[in-house]
Design a protein around this ligand. Structure first.
Ligand SMILES: Nc1ncnc2c1ncn2[C@@H]1O[C@H](COP(=O)(O)OP(=O)(O)OP(=O)(O)O)[C@@H](O)[C@H]1O
Ligand SMILES: [Mg+2]
Length: 264
């Protein structure tokens, strides 16, 4: 579903701020893979997701989504393949629009029709059903402005919006990091459910190793713009936090104490 073939990205090349953020990175995802991504600050995790989303062109290598070469496509032309949720709950929804209008916007993304005709009765019923899945009672508040929702509610809504068109890829970048622990756990469970029920292929960045172990069928660790660890299936289910810290120390050749700070 996703083929990242030896992509590299250097920011500010030739200047004092030069940063090799991705170094010949290679990653291949099967359909319905749910991959958790860990690694220290500046490891290149968000940069990898930005490369896939097409925020800027990569310096070398190619990216294929479900067999389509998107390397040369600008962000807006890849948008129909991709659903994204960011760390900031304020980013995913339009605060001055109603819940149902936000959903309509997400649902009509990439389609010709705008919001001119308003939300139809059929659509409203569809959104009502989808919102029920969240278990937050939002289905009874569909005309409330999204800006009035809590951070957790907004992230849940953003997640629903990102999955509405069944994207080929769902990219989650620390999407629960700004939430309190209980809400974060709830939104994570919801993410699991949405990925499973829609049969999505997903990449989820997290700094929480427990979450990275508990969720998904595969885990990758990044360091200095490369993937330094890739564990899936049976082996992943047996993985512990201590294993991850040790592996990080082995591969990256740094002290465990530092990793603890960097990774947790
Ligand atoms: N648009 C940009 N311009 C310049 N440098 C950038 C840009 N985006 C990322 N970088 C740099 O590339 C490196 C990788 O950044 P990235 O955001 O991918 O890290 P990350 O693994 O997501 O870290 P974190 O866990 O802190 O979010 C960092 O050194 C960062 O400063
Ligand atoms: Mg990041």
């Amino acid at each position: 579903m996703l083929d990242i073939n030896h992509i590299s990205k250097t920011f500010n090349p030739g200047t004092i701020n030069e940063k090799k953020a991705l170094q010949s990175l290679d990653l291949h995802l099967n359909e319905k893979d749910f991959v958790t991504v860990i690694g220290g600050n500046g490891a290149g995790k968000s940069t990898m997701l930005n490369a896939v989303a097409g925020v800027w062109p990569v310096d070398e290598g190619s990216i294929l989504i479900d067999g389509t070469d998107v390397t040369g496509l600008p962000e807006f032309r890849r948008a129909s393949y991709i659903g994204r949720v960011f760390q900031d709950p304020m980013m995913g929804t339009a605060p001055n629009m109603q819940i149902e209008e936000n959903l309509a916007l997400a649902y009509r993304r990439g389609k010709k029709r705008g919001l001119r005709w308003g939300v139809t009765k059929n659509e409203r019923e569809f959104y009502h059903e989808r919102l029920k899945i969240l278990g937050l009672g939002l289905e009874d508040r569909m005309t409330v402005k999204a800006g009035l929702l809590s951070g957790g509610q907004r992230q849940a809504l953003t997640l629903l919006m990102a999955a509405l068109q069944k994207p080929k890829l769902l990219l989650l970048d620390e999407h629960t990091a700004a939430l309190d622990p209980a809400t974060a756990a709830k939104v994570l469970e919801l993410s699991d459910r949405i990925v499973r029920e829609n049969g999505l292929t997903a990449l989820m960045i997290t700094h929480n190793m427990k979450d990275a172990i508990r969720h998904g069928n595969r885990i990758i660790m990044m360091n200095e713009g490369r993937i330094i660890l890739d564990i899936s299936g049976e082996e992943k289910t047996k993985l512990t936090k201590a294993d991850l810290l040790q592996k990080f120390a082995e591969v990256a050749g740094v002290q465990e104490e530092t990793d603890q700070v960097l990774l947790s």
